[in-house]
Design a protein around this ligand. Structure first.
Ligand SMILES: Cc1cc2nc3c(=O)[nH]c(=O)nc-3n(C[C@H](O)[C@H](O)[C@H](O)COP(=O)(O)OP(=O)(O)OC[C@H]3O[C@@H](n4cnc5c(N)ncnc54)[C@H](O)[C@@H]3O)c2cc1C
Length: 349
């Protein structure tokens, strides 16, 4: 039989699948992406924030100084190829909401690896008092933001892809050399399905946890600068200078895509605690973040069926992490470079 026409079919055109497709294509692989084309997915509604210092403990994000250059290089190269703009440098304000947060920061802020992310000079005041209350203190840092929906859209025009919802129990057949998927033949089939990977019968042993997140889209009635603000929730700019995204909640139990009234109340309460600008809510969406134990994505091949691959679990930091992971996985698939042990899916089998 003639050689399979595809080297890789990727299942899922979210952040993981799209980014892996670009990397594999760049390495000379023939790649087809299939996607169920759901109107709401974790990637389609994500705010795309890339923030160095995060969480209540105000710690530097894992491997940030390695991941950010990889992300910047990758997204700007795709911007050039697609002639679209979706990667933006931002100033991000972190406002303290408790004395404990302020103390956490006091202990860290003079360390060189933290200092290098701070905006110089720090804006005074951090935020115009007519916009919000900054009396608890805070700091401004260099950050970035990926317009995820625009990145996915631009990529769809450039990559080979097909609308299809793959049923792993029904649509697959194997032989020693290839996998056949609804008549399409490929040397490898890779799951980049996000939370839906929990339903994948070949990878049901992966220790998946997940968290639903709600996000609001609002129009502010007074001008607000295009920067990100974090204080219990975050406020993130969009391409429309009047429209911002506000999020997000973590619900570990109700893993559905239904926007929840209590989540909206929580987001609006946290916003009104410090932000004074009147607004109208334009939209409210929810999706499930794919999170794997230890909050690190896993990549690699199925331990018993090496025609099948896996790249899932990008969690809350998909925009930052996806390009670095995709490069590792590509180097492994194309050049046989060993995977970092802690990220190899086989350690969980
Ligand atoms: C409210 C919210 C806010 C967020 N904000 C940020 C943020 O500010 N910064 C950040 O970095 N991250 C953020 N995230 C997290 C980020 O969205 C995720 O890390 C990322 O979207 C995960 O991408 P993915 O490709 O793994 O999964 P998904 O986005 O879920 O993509 C999976 C794709 O696969 C398709 N699919 C699944 N199964 C099949 C099948 N069998 N056949 C065909 N297609 C299939 C789905 O339709 C989907 O298109 C946020 C998430 C949420 C929910």
């Amino acid at each position: 039989m003639a050689e399979a026409p595809w080297d890789v079919i990727i299942v899922g055109q979210g952040l993981a699948g799209t980014t892996l497709a670009w990397h594999l294509r760049e390495a000379g692989q023939r790649v087809l992406v299939i996607d169920a084309c759901e109107p709401v997915t974790s990637s389609k509604i994500a705010a795309g924030l890339i923030t160095p210092i995060t969480g209540q403990r105000l710690v530097l994000s894992w491997r940030y100084d390695e991941f950010l250059p990889a992300a910047r290089k990758f997204y700007t190269s795709i911007e050039k190829q697609t002639e679209q703009k979706f990667f933006h440098d931002r100033i991000s304000l972190r406002l303290f909401k408790s004395e404990k947060e302020r103390q956490n920061w006091t202990g860290r802020c003079s360390k060189p690896d933290y200092q290098s992310h701070l905006a110089i000079p720090q804006p005074i005041p951090l935020l115009d008092p007519s916009l919000g209350d900054v009396s608890g203190g805070g700091f401004a840092m260099h950050a970035a933001q990926l317009d995820v929906a625009a990145y996915l859209e631009a990529s769809r025009s450039a990559l080979e892809w097909e609308p299809m919802s793959l049923d792993w129990r029904r649509d697959l057949s194997f032989n020693a050399e290839e996998v056949s998927v609804c008549g399409q033949r490929t040397r490898r089939l890779i799951s980049c399905e996000g939370y839906a990977a929990t339903q994948n019968p070949y990878f049901s042993w992966v220790p998946f946890i997940a968290a639903k997140g709600d996000i609001l889209t609002v129009r502010f009635h007074n001008p607000v600068p295009p920067q990100c603000v974090h204080r219990g929730i975050w406020i993130a700019p969009t391409a429309d200078p009047e429209v911002f995204r506000i999020g997000s909640t973590y619900d570990w139990e109700n893993l559905d895509q239904e926007p929840s009234a209590s989540a909206r109340t929580e987001i609006e309460r946290k916003l009104k605690e410090f932000f004074h600008v009147p607004y109208t809510v334009l939209d409210h969406q929810a999706a499930v973040r794919p999170i794997i134990t230890e909050s690190k994505a896993l990549i690699g091949l199925h331990p018993e069926q090496e025609r099948l691959g896996y790249f899932n679990g990008l969690g809350s930091k998909g925009s930052l992490h996806a390009p670095w992971y995709a490069q590792c996985f590509t180097d492994f698939l194309v050049h046989q470079t060993p995977l970092p042990e802690d990220l190899d899916i086989r350690k969980h089998f």
